[in-house]
Each structure stands twice: as structure tokens, then as C-alpha cells.
Design a protein around this ligand. Sequence first.
Ligand SMILES: [Zn+2]
Length: 111
Amino acid sequence: MSEPAVETPVLDRYECRACGYVYEPEKGDDKHDIASGTPFAELPINWRCPVCSAKKTAFANIGPAGTASGFKENLGYGLGVNNLTPTQKNILIFGALALGFLFFISLYGLQ
Ligand SMILES: [Zn+2]
């Protein structure tokens, strides 16, 4: 899969984390008179989500159209791995507590 040299810049799409609306630069935003082809970065600072009025800071870069789904999945996997670490820590802590409890009980039994 070798892609030809890109003539037109590929614009990243941005997803509203509050409502799931996706800003597509190729389409722009009719509601706010944003011309098609406007990159997300060039939207006015006071631009809001046309669906839920969330601020620009509530949007996440989900990559350009076409590659977006794969990119999004990778992000999901990344978060999944990050979520495993505290869980494993909890298991370790719980295991240590259980061992300590068993140790305490065995000492108590000896006395
Ligand atoms: Zn929104």
C-alpha cells in the first residue's frame, strides 16, 4: 500500500467529546458560516459545536477521513492499556493485604 504524493493537504477531523459530532473540514459548518475546506485549527476561537455548543477544547483529533477508524481504534487500545495498570496495582495491593491478613491469623493461632 504505497500512497501517491499528496497534492491536497489531508485535513484532520475533530470529534466533539461531549456529543460525538464530527467536524469535517471538507464540509465546513453551515450553521456557523464556516466554508468547506477550513481546517479545524483555523476555526474562530469562539467557534462552538453546532450540536451541543461545546467549546473547541472539547474536541479531539480523530485524524483525516479514511484513516480515522483505525486511528480511533489505536487510541482505544492505548487507553485500554493505560487502564490496566491501576487494575493490576489494585490486584497487587489486595494480594498483599490478603497475605498480611493470613500472616496475622497464623501468628494469632500460634499464641
Ligand atoms: Zn458537541
